[in-house]
Ligand binder design. Structure first.
Ligand code: ZN
Length: 320
């Protein structure tokens, strides 16, 4: 069961006519709005959780039809339920960041990062697009749209000024910092991420509804933690690369739970995002070594557990 919300957070969500469905790491949080007989949703989780997402959203809506769905960005953990939700509620209007438009129309797995990361997402068709400076109606209130490049160049933030509530996606979490994906491909991203943190600070949010983790109000501490982490990555980009490889591998194991060790190493050594992160594009030997090292470190740290079954070495997630 999720922890009980602090009274001030619950009161603000009440004003916003919003409920936050806090998920894990494989699926991003879902924010459900119910207003004037219509339901809206921000972000839809990962594809393998689509049934669970449908059930949770159904329960939160309590019979109200879902008419609108917005995505903060199009990583697989934020829009993997879009297709299933469209099937469940025909006519559902899907709104995505305008910067992603050409990647979706027509659908392009390569540009959308799913092939590169070895992740999955069922195709869907967006009807509307969010630009920096736009406003959107959610739960009967006007939310500002702000560009939020860094983690994902196309991402947006949503901000409701009356209650000073921020839907931050993966641009700000309470304790951790999301991977700055462009940097893995030797493209600039750290500066953009820093500027987004400045932009968030200028908005002076009192409540943050992040893409992962519980809603939080200690925004200054979260910004300080993100800036510290970002400064460490800027000072030692290799640490960012190693962190990214690790986080992406954990994400994969959250989906698959248990895999033969050698198959996992081979998967890492042949999945483009890891080759970029570990700087071994075009070098199969180095890729195998780097993949083996990444898996070995997660085993040494107890994030993955070793297992042997029928003479085959397996690894599985340690979180039960
Ligand atoms: Zn995410």
């Amino acid at each position: 069961m999720p922890p009980t919300l602090a009274p001030d957070i619950a009161a603000t969500l009440g004003q916003l006519q919003a409920q936050v469905l806090v998920r894990g790491w494989l699926s991003a949080n879902n924010i459900v709005f119910r207003h004037a007989g219509a339901g809206q949703l921000v972000d839809s989780g990962y594809i393998s959780h689509a049934d669970q997402t449908l059930a949770l959203v159904d329960r939160a809506l309590a019979g109200t039809p879902l008419v609108g769905l917005l995505n903060t960005h199009l990583h697989s953990d934020h829009c993997g339920g879009n297709a299933a939700l469209s099937q469940r509620w025909p006519g559902l209007r899907i709104t995505v960041p305008a910067a992603s438009r050409s990647k979706l129309l027509p659908w392009d797995d390569d540009q959308l990062s799913y092939r590169e990361t070895g992740q999955r997402c069922a195709p869907f068709t967006p009807q509307a697009f969010l630009e920096d400076g736009d406003t959107v109606q959610l739960g009967g209130r006007r939310w500002q749209v702000h560009a939020a490049p860094g983690h994902d160049p196309d991402a947006v933030l949503l901000f409701e000024p009356d209650t000073a509530t921020l839907i931050s996606g993966d641009a700000l979490w309470q304790q951790r910092l999301a991977i700055i994906f462009p940097e893995l491909a030797d493209e600039p991203g750290f500066d953009a991420a820093a500027q987004v943190l400045d932009r968030i600070e200028r908005l002076q949010p009192r409540l943050v509804l992040p893409g992962h983790g519980e809603p939080f109000t200690d925004v200054a501490a979260a910004l300080a933690a993100s800036r510290q982490r970002l400064a460490a990555f800027i000072a030692a980009p290799q640490k960012h690369r190693a962190h990214a490889a690790r986080a992406l591998l954990v994400y994969h194991m959250l989906e698959h739970r248990r895999r033969p060790r050698q198959a996992l190493v081979d998967w890492v050594a042949s999945t483009p995002i890891f080759l970029k992160a570990l700087q071994c594009v075009g070098d199969a030997v180095k890729a195998q070594q780097a993949a083996e090292t990444t898996v070995a470190r997660l085993l040494a740290d107890g994030v993955l557990l070793p297992l042997r079954e029928d003479g085959v070495d397996l690894v599985q997630m340690a979180d039960g």
